[in-house]
Design a protein around this ligand. Sequence first.
Ligand SMILES: [Zn+2]
Length: 231
Amino acid sequence: MVELPIKKTVHAAPPRTERFYDLTGGSGCRRGLADHFGDMGIAKPTQADAEAAVRVLIEWAGDDPSREGLIDTPGRVARSYRELFAGYAVDPREYLKRTFEEVGGYDELVVLKDIRVVSFCEHHMLPVIGRAHVGYLPANRVVGISKLARVVHGFARRLQIQEKLTADIAEAIQNILEPQGVGVVIEAEHSCMTLRGVNTLGSTLTTSRLLGVIRDDPRTREEFLGLVRGT
Ligand SMILES: [Zn+2]
């Protein structure tokens, strides 16, 4: 598909929180730590700081970070974290600003299923792995399909709870694309439950956020949920 120039510029306010000095990054906090450190006039931790922290954790676990097999591990962990938490460096809403208005009268649901979700729970910093299904009913404008997946990945690569992730994705699409309705369903396995604690192997958490006609119109809602379920 040829990408057309942007027809309309949407000025969405960047996400802000009142809790500028909350270094814990609670569930209400959508700003990156880099912003927090900037606000406080404190330098962001360096790669060396992160590696030192990993060495402490290895020692605390009971191993020797200087032995051969572990010597390069802190560097690898820090680099992995940079990639896995890349969501702090992007505003996923940006992906939705390039839209197409020539939709040829298309006025049916657009649903992208089985978008892989790799995230981390903010309570244990353990992986949350699952699938997201994202749909919307266009109102004159559509967005490139790959952008929906990028929005999911952008929000997922942060520390959070699944409920907030689901809501963030739905609200970004609603606010930027302004469709008639949005539906987001996420099914995910939480390592903090399946690897430790209650050890509920194989259990998944399903969360959904439905907005506009996908929430309010029973037929549209059923159609969306049916497409998500594959029925
Ligand atoms: Zn957890």
